[in-house]
Design a protein around this ligand. Structure first.
Ligand SMILES: Nc1ncnc2c1ncn2[C@@H]1O[C@H](COP(=O)(O)OP(=O)(O)OP(=O)(O)O)[C@@H](O)[C@H]1O
Ligand SMILES: [Mg+2]
Length: 501
């Protein structure tokens, strides 16, 4: 039996100051299996992965690798043993090329120096694994969309020979086709005897691809199950200790309202072409498409961040095609970006500062002054409503779990009474319970006559929330349906631009 297990954790605990991130966690990873780790935001999943990968040291307990007690002092030590990790927060070097990013810390060097040609040849093979073209190798990493960056990081993780591969929420920014590709790669690796530790908040995919599942809640292990015995209800119960209702849609009658936003033939090179739509106050319009289909870029044009080259945007009858971001905020047109790392959060600041209106105030003179006490109260309300796990309001936002950071970013905008709000992947990396809360909040916004534009690569989410849905493929609109017309099959066909029926 024993030699069937590649990695074993016994009574692992980890503390960050007063925060008990992990308490007496036991797990076993078998050779050639996919073991999924589930749990709500802040449950301790990434912390456990980082201990295994040598980023953090555990405070108590022991880790056995191939039957031998190990304690990695650095990620390099772990990687030399054959443990490879793709982190939840993409750690990229934006100014360096894709090639350099692929080999960072693992450059091929011999007596005559760095072997660029050899690296280039290997890099082409690595990119092939994730269906990316070699032409991107010389581009700066920062030029790629975050979806593509993620695929490059996955390529980096999987192509090096390893015995244990850790994937911490790899699919949170991937959509259908990319995720499917990844699962195929995982199955191939499994056949070769590689063991995979896999984290995701998407329960259907977990049930499909895992062999076993372990579940954490508040740093404790609350479940270990074989996938055959797992059900959605059981998993949710072990994660959150209660049942969650994901059906949030409420019908509203906004049909008589005038459209608040009209977009006509909006184009920017090949990024997006001839995009036309209208949205009314109280309506939820969803944009579904694969990563890189041009949805975010189009949204940024409406927000005055990256102007379109052609076409027209009208807000309440006024041409706003050339507005600045400040002018957009003045009109209460908000955009919550998908990339919390570079576009959203102020990394070196506290939770409070990141959530408070003061940043908005500096963008717009319109928002009234708030006193310190009021502000503290509002921030606390947010922390409670969205169960954000943070020791205090003054904690640095970067020490929160991935989902915790995402919640902070959302809170900043949601309570500012928008007229139009564009939510770009709002629940990326958010656990099921909080996702349902955010969905309910989006419904509330619509009921308060806010026009909601939802960009989501999460198909169940887009289908549940939308009144209408536009589907995009490579910058073009390939479908526009009302809620009643939607079927999953129809949407996927358009999103992949297959022959339509
Ligand atoms: N470097 C750190 N310093 C202080 N606290 C930390 C640090 N890393 C994690 N924590 C805390 O430890 C707890 C567990 O965080 P972790 O990132 O492991 O959660 P997670 O399960 O991965 O959540 P998510 O689904 O949001 O990614 C959280 O309360 C988090 O704020
Ligand atoms: Mg995490």
């Amino acid at each position: 039996m024993e030699n069937n297990i590649i990695l074993e954790g016994k009574s692992i605990s980890k503390f960050f100051g007063g925060v008990k991130a992990l308490q007496n966690v036991d797990f076993q990873l078998k050779k050639g299996e996919i073991l999924s780790v589930m749990g709500e935001n802040g449950a301790g999943k990434s912390t456990l992965m980082k201990i295994i990968a040598g980023v953090h040291r555990n405070d108590t307990g022991e880790l056995l690798f191939d039957g031998e007690k190990v304690s990695f002092r650095s990620p390099i030590e772990a990687s030399e043993k054959g443990i490879s990790i793709v982190y939840q927060e993409p750690n990229i070097f934006s100014d360096m090329s894709v090639l350099e990013n692929l080999f960072m810390g693992h450059e091929i060097v011999n007596k005559s120096g760095i072997q660029w040609t050899e690296m280039y040849t290997q890099a082409i093979e690595a990119l092939k694994l994730v269906d990316l073209d070699e032409s991107i190798l010389s581009l700066p990493m920062g030029k790629l969309s975050i979806g593509t960056q993620q695929l490059v990081l996955i390529a980096r993780g999987v192509f090096r020979k390893c015995k244990v591969l850790i994937l911490d929420e790899p699919t949170s920014i991937l959509s259908y086709a990319e995720s499917e590709k990844l699962f195929q790669i995982m199955f191939d690796l499994k056949k070769k005897g590689v063991s995979i530790l896999y984290i995701s908040h998407r329960i259907p995919e977990i049930l499909r691809i895992s062999d076993e599942i372990i579940i954490l809640r508040d740093g404790h292990l609350t479940g270990t199950m074989k996938v055959e015995e797992a059900t959605e209800e059981k998993v949710i119960e072990a994660m959150s200790g209660r049942k969650i209702n994901m059906n949030v849609y409420r019908k509203r009658d906004y049909s008589k309202a005038e459209p608040i936003l009209k977009v006509q033939n909006l184009s920017r090179g090949k990024t997006y072409q001839n995009i036309s739509f209208e949205v009314k106050p109280g309506e939820v319009l969803a944009f579904y498409g694969l990563v890189g289909s041009g949805r975010s870029e189009m949204a940024r044009a409406i927000f005055g961040e990256m102007m379109a080259q052609d076409g027209k945007i009208e807000f309440k009858g006024q041409d706003i095609s050339h507005i600045t971001t400040k002018e957009a905020v003045d009109r209460r047109i908000f955009y919550v970006p998908e990339d919390r790392g570079t576009q959203g959060l102020f990394a070196a600041h506290s939770v409070k500062k990141n959530m408070s209106a003061s940043f908005l105030k500096s963008m717009s003179g319109l928002l009234g002054l708030m006193n310190e006490k009021e502000e503290t109260q509002r921030v606390q309300n947010n922390i409670d409503t969205y169960s954000i796990k943070t020791p205090s309001q003054n904690t640095m936002v970067m020490s929160l779990s991935g989902g915790g950071q995402q919640k902070v970013l959302l809170c900043r905008w949601l309570l500012e009474k928008p007229e139009v709000i564009i939510l770009d992947e709002p629940t990326r990396g958010i656990d099921v319970a909080t996702k349902a809360e955010i969905h309910r909040y989006i419904m509330d916004l619509a009921e308060q006559n806010v026009a909601v534009i939802l960009i989501s690569s999460d198909l169940p989410e887009a289908m549940e929330l939308c009144d209408e849905m536009i589907i995009m493929h490579k910058g073009k609109m390939t479908g526009h349906f009302t809620r009643d017309e939607i079927t999953e099959k129809k949407i996927l066909k358009r999103a992949l631009d297959l022959e339509t029926d």
